[in-house]
Design a protein around this ligand. Structure first.
Ligand code: 7TS
Length: 409
């Protein structure tokens, strides 16, 4: 097994105890813990370099601007963007998708147009499109998934025709762990003239991302699911598309000129960054991608795949436990959702919490998907670089305790 256990020492929070037990953190799909390198970079920024960006003529403001723009270059390199200008800093994945929906969708969609999403999308890749449909008269259609929780590629040609203007899909489902063939879907979308928007909230943190090879048009992701701070994320977009888009938010920093009634916009990406941006957070984001690059994204992926395989194996030993997601580890990532007999997932999470284990329970912001699964909620364990086999092992006695308490035979 790839041994990344030495990394744990970099994460102060993982040294904590919870309910008298060493903390076992299995909720990285919700947010990841932060290494010292990120905490220190942000601390150093506020202690030594804090000033507003893009405005000051003085040296300190230039330092802050260089750090902010330097972080953009790091994030661009991390996803292999052709230029740092293709990276828009946003509040997170959600606001990155909204930037596309309200900057492109609102201006280009018309009645009769369609937006094709998958049935496993997070609300962040559903609701912005619903809002845009209300304004434009476009309609949503959905690509189903198969019995093995793969997107149904056989159904794709029947749904994807010239009426479809946008295809939106997540690079990895936060519930099922499914990793759809994004490159193939983007190519099919391109063939009918549709743009592809990839919700990479759960993709970019977990394996190497190459936006140029992917063939999509937009990619949305957030720092906090990849060791960085909350409050910042990125939208990657093809430069010519970004340059043709309208800003979804107006204010300072995003203009070229402002008159009493009309204004003109700055070039991309600043056109989409109205107001004072999250500067320290950008610095933290840059430190996070440096950290992940030093570990190596291939290594990160291998580690998680091994841990996921092990988790599926161990969870398979628990009577009455159902996993929702592909059985084949090659086709899925490290978010493992499950139910245990008829124990409510919230009860499960509470019992595990008493053992110091943090898992998520609920609909994970994917209500339509849970309706299809036929359950109102699932419990979910999710993994990242700092997790170990021991973390997975800790689940077993805790789940046995839940079965005992609820009298599951
Ligand atoms: N898309 C996917 C696939 C996600 O998993 C999430 C967050 C988002 C979008 C939204 O990201 P945000 O940072 O803008 O909120 N997913 C989860 C989760 O699974 N549990 O908590 C947040």
């Amino acid at each position: 097994m790839t041994d990344l256990s030495h990394l744990r020492a970099d994460f102060p929070l993982l040294q904590r105890e919870m309910n008298g037990r060493p903390l076992v953190y299995l909720d990285s799909a919700a947010t990841t813990q932060k290494p010292l390198a990120v905490l220190e970079a942000m601390d150093r920024f506020y202690r030594r370099h804090n000033a507003n960006v893009h405005r000051g003529a003085y040296a300190l403001a230039q330092e802050a601007t260089e750090l902010y723009e330097g972080a953009r270059a790091k994030v661009a390199a991390f996803v292999h963007a052709a230029s740092a200008r293709e990276i828009v800093f946003t509040r997170g994945t959600t606001s990155a998708i909204n930037t596309v929906a309200f900057g492109w969708g609102l201006y280009h969609l018309r009645p009769g147009d369609r937006i094709l999403l998958t049935t496993m999308e997070h609300h962040a890749n559903v609701v912005p499109w619903q809002l845009v449909c209300r304004h434009t008269g476009a309609e949503l259609i959905y690509l189903p998934f198969t019995a093995d929780y793969q997107i149904d590629l056989e159904a794709l040609p029947g749904l994807l025709d010239e009426r479809v203007k946008v295809v939106g899909l997540s690079g990895m489902s936060n519930v099922l762990g499914t990793m759809p063939p994004v490159t193939a879907v983007a190519a099919a979308a391109r063939a009918v003239g549709a743009l592809t928007v990839v919700d990479a909230a759960q993709m970019t943190p977990h394996s190497p991302t190459d936006v140029q090879a992917l063939g999509a048009d937009f990619l949305a992701f957030g720092a906090h699911k990849m060791l960085g701070p909350t409050g910042i994320g990125a939208l990657w977009g093809r430069l010519e598309l970004l340059e043709s888009m309208e800003p979804a938010e107006g204010g300072g920093e995003m203009i070229r000129d402002v008159g009493w009634n009309e204004s003109t916009w700055a070039d991309a990406p600043h056109r989409f960054e109205a107001g004072t941006p999250p500067i320290a957070e950008a610095v933290g984001f840059g430190a996070a991608v440096d950290y992940l690059s030093a570990v190596g994204m291939d290594e990160v992926h291998r580690h998680e795949a091994e841990l996921t395989r092990y988790a599926l194996e161990r969870l398979g030993e628990v009577p009455g436990l159902t996993v929702y997601g592909p059985a084949d580890v090659a086709q899925r990532g490290g978010a493992v959702s499950f139910t245990l007999a008829d124990i409510h997932p919230h009860d499960l999470a509470t019992i595990l919490d008493q053992q110091g284990i943090a898992i998520r329970a609920g609909h994970h912001c994917a209500k339509p998907l849970h309706r299809l699964l036929g359950v109102p909620a699932t419990a979910r364990a999710s993994f990242y670089v700092y997790n170990t086999r021991e973390d997975v092992d800790a689940l077993l006695p805790a789940l046995a305790e839940a079965r005992r308490l609820f009298g599951v035979s």
